[in-house]
Design a binder for this molecule. Structure first.
Ligand code: SAJ
Length: 403
């Protein structure tokens, strides 16, 4: 392989598709991941994650010699940091992976190079990394182009959205912004919006916080409607007929690795100011707890009325409809909580998008539905929508399967 133009640190859900996209365009990309298995898989032209059309893209880029993976970075002109930023205890963001990635490329940097962070980051991270780099390599001071450019792709549609979504690009100075914009212009068809690094960092956090707040509003309505004996789905549908109202859908909580996480990055740094953002997190977390309690109460009610233990189907474990991703899933949390409170009832756990699970024994969805007295819909997977709205069963529809 020729000397790479781009080094991509982090070959996960965003890094690998981005590396493949850039490489497919005829740019030499050296991908770096700490996981040897990930590196070996990619070098065989295969992938370690589930994402439509990514397999073809990686196979093509590797076969063409444009993408190579390794556990160590090499010299290039552009360095992209696309590593996780999880949080520590007390919901404090942890930027140690960004720091480690930056440390790994420190000795390779030279005048004129570009350094871009894509990882979701607390406000000020890009400037912090710039100061760190210039402290360690003072001779480079002012001679690198440093920018922040968040991704906003939806899992399941990554390869399309990487190309077609608009991007926000914020440099630590105007020249960095221009250089980074010129870099993305080669791969992105959406509009590229220039700003500074802090605004770009905040923009990413705000996008997901905004959605979290809106979902919290819908979830709050669902709790009120449950008490007030109003069908929340009908209510929202009617309210949305107003030309300036657009309420989202309630569910059994908010999951995934972005919307349920990013708001804490704002709350941790601005606790006094971020009242609505913080409360939205509490409401959405509470909704999952409330759903588990509702199952518990329904179960006891059934036993009182029928003089026997119910058979219960828990429908869906993924964090949102029609995917196989169970990480940070409210449905999984509810299933775990319900099973912890199990008292000789019979349970059928359903997740049509996976074939087996190391904790849950899975049952096919139609069988589970047929056998159960109480059917709890935790995720609105398409398969469930064809099931009958059967009056002989107790249906707990937390996510609007029958809306
Ligand atoms: N959800 C609801 N009600 C709704 C919509 C969603 O309860 O009306 C729930 C889902 O069931 C799920 C959670 O919210 O548990 C998040 O799902 P999602 O489809 O809204 O979003 P993600 O987490 O898959 O992807 C988000 C996207 N951000 C926005 O829509 C603002 C995506 O564009 C980002 O790139 C991604 O986060 C990220 O990586 O940050």
């Amino acid at each position: 392989m020729n000397n790479p133009e781009v080094v991509m640190i982090g070959l996960g859900y965003i890094g690998l598709p981005t590396a493949a996209l850039i490489a497919e365009g005829g740019t030499y990309v050296h991908g770096v991941d700490i996981n040897q298995h990930v590196v070996d898989t990619i070098n065989k032209g295969e992938i370690h994650i589930v994402e439509p059309s990514l397999d073809k893209s990686v196979a093509k880029a590797v076969a063409g010699g444009y993408l190579k993976a390794s556990t160590k970075p090499v010299e290039a002109n552009t360095y992209l940091i696309v590593v996780p930023t999880p949080f520590k205890d007390k919901n404090e963001p942890d930027i140690s992976f960004v720091l480690a990635a930056t440390t790994a490329i420190l000795p390779l940097l030279k005048n004129g190079d570009m350094y871009i962070i894509e990882s979701t980051s607390p406000i000020g991270t890009t400037e912090k990394m710039m100061n760190y780099i210039y402290e360690q390599r003072p001779e480079l001071t002012g001679n690198l182009h440093i920018a922040y450019c968040p991704e906003r792709v939806l899992p399941g549609n990554v390869m399309y959205e990487l190309v077609h979504n608009d991007r926000v690009i914020g440099g630590v100075d105007a020249e960095s912004t221009d250089k980074a914009t010129a870099f993305y212009a080669k791969y992105v068809k959406g509009d590229l919006h220039k700003t500074n690094a802090r605004t770009a960092e905040m923009c990413k956090l705000v996008e997901n916080s905004s959605r979290d707040v809106q979902i919290a509003f819908a979830n709050e309505l669902s709790l009120i409607c449950d008490k007030a004996d109003i069908n929340v789905w009908e209510l929202i549908n009617l309210a949305n007929k107003h030309p300036r109202v657009n309420i989202l859908q309630p569910g059994c909580g908010v999951g995934g690795h972005c919307i349920a996480v990013d708001p804490y990055f704002i709350v941790a740094d601005y606790p006094m100011e971020s009242k609505i953002i913080g409360t939205a997190r509490e409401v959405n977390n509470y909704k999952s707890f409330w759903c588990a309690e509702k199952v518990q109460n329904t179960k006891l009610q059934f036993e009182l009325e029928h003089g026997r233990k119910p058979r219960i189907a828990l429908m869906g474990l993924a964090f949102k409809p029609n995917i196989d991703d169970l990480r940070e899933s409210p449905a999984k949390y509810i299933a775990q909580r319900v099973l912890q409170n199990a008292n000789n009832e019979e349970y059928y756990i359903v997740e049509p998008n996976i074939t087996e699970h190391n904790v849950f024994k899975l049952t096919e969805y139609q069988t589970a539905y047929d056998k159960a007295d109480i059917v709890v819909f935790l995720v609105a997977h398409d398969e469930f929508k064809s099931l009958p709205n059967n009056n002989n069963k107790v249906l707990l529809d937390f996510c609007g399967v029958f809306k």
